[in-house]
Design a protein around this ligand. Sequence first.
Ligand code: AMP
Length: 484
Amino acid sequence: MLQRCRRENIKIYTMPKKAGAKSAKAGQPVKAKKRINKAKPVKISSEPKAKSSRRFSRLRGMRDVLPEEYKYWDLVIKKATELARAYDFKTVKTPILESLELYNKSTGKDTDIVAKEMYSFIDKNGDKVALRPELTPSLVRAYIEHGMFNLPQPVKFFTLGPIFRHEKPQAGRYRQSYQFDIEIFGEENPVADFLIILIAYNFFRELQIDVQIQINNIGCQECRPEYIQKLVEYYKARGNRSKLCNDCKKRFTRNPLRLLDCKEAGCLELREEAPQVVDYLCDNCREYFIKVLEYLDELDIPYSLNPYLVRGLDYYNRTVFEVWPIEEEENETSISQQGALGGGGRYDGLVEHMGGRPTPACGLAIGVERTILKIKEKNIPLKKDTANLIFIAQLGDQARRKVIIIFEELRRAGYRVRQAFTKNSLKAQLEEANRIGAKFSLILGQKEVMDETILIRDMDSGIQEVVDFKKARAEIDKRLANGD
Ligand code: AMP
């Protein structure tokens, strides 16, 4: 029977159609076709080819996170989740794959992220799709698609997941990286901008990373056009345009604001004399900016005004900010050159632009890998959570049978119990108990099984006590409660 066949032995025969068998209409003569497909058995084998020596490596710019590093991920994910909960952000997960058009329209098809770095392709249906290069567009799509404007506003989202950018890989810059992201929809009060900056600041401070917020206000639809015009005039004057780098020459026509955040030496020199956006803000934007800064002052959050900060995306208006690590070198503090740890801002027009109702919004994204690099670089010790760990060890197979039951009972009852069932040697098991920082070990050997007792070994002093099996649970509770 088919079900009983072992997979490697199944042979599938592809039978050739009999000439004209299906296409023949009743009563019509059928011309015999040449037989093309001869029946050939196709063997499906689960065995790897014996001689194949190909070893696969991960793709360039992609990383494996191994257990040693995952300890840091655990810490960062816990902190992000804890803060998101504390400020009442609701967790959402959106797909990694979205339509290409989503990013063309929101992030902007002329931005570096979309034009140069996005992984996009045509899927099997012929649809143009993309691996998300940032998280905000998916969250905006979800907000609109699920009619969340009908919910009490603001709607506050928290998400954490991978993004993909085909960048030149280097330390802290990968082709798949993870972001902790929060967004607030339906709130125009500047206290919302302050709140997301506060969360970013708390995130790093509580992970013991010193940061500074760089902040700017890039105006709104009312005041920005005038500023852009002044900027363009400045770059046109005195042949400045010809001194721009090749990328900026293109930016000049597509997105002149981006001339301000170019890192090329020549462009940096040119921008020193360029007009600054704060001087062209309308009253509303200026007032808004001052409010955000006042809130930051209230909590002494360190910030610096950066008139060149524009962020590269199309959708931002008013507040834009980035979080930068502060380096301490021989009594001097400076801003790291390695890159921002996070960034965000306000995007009041995006929801409407993407087909939703007019909805003010703001958000933030923090890079998980860069945060971890900082924690490692600063040798910030990870706290080991070894509180109340119990180890259970066995000697001999009869004891092992009993120990697997005791382990499950204790674990289900909520005890923090650990084991090494696969090990036979008691010495190796106790080494493991020491390694994980167990408070005490429960040891069961042949003799204990016969006597219905169990040994309790204090891992610090090495003192062992024989306890009647029926009284073991009470003794465990007593030791845990005493902190012995
Ligand atoms: P962005 O949306 O570009 O402002 O990114 C927000 C944060 O994500 C940055 O400040 C970085 O910490 C992190 N990030 C962005 N791109 C990458 C990347 N290619 N590799 C690692 N981290 C990244």
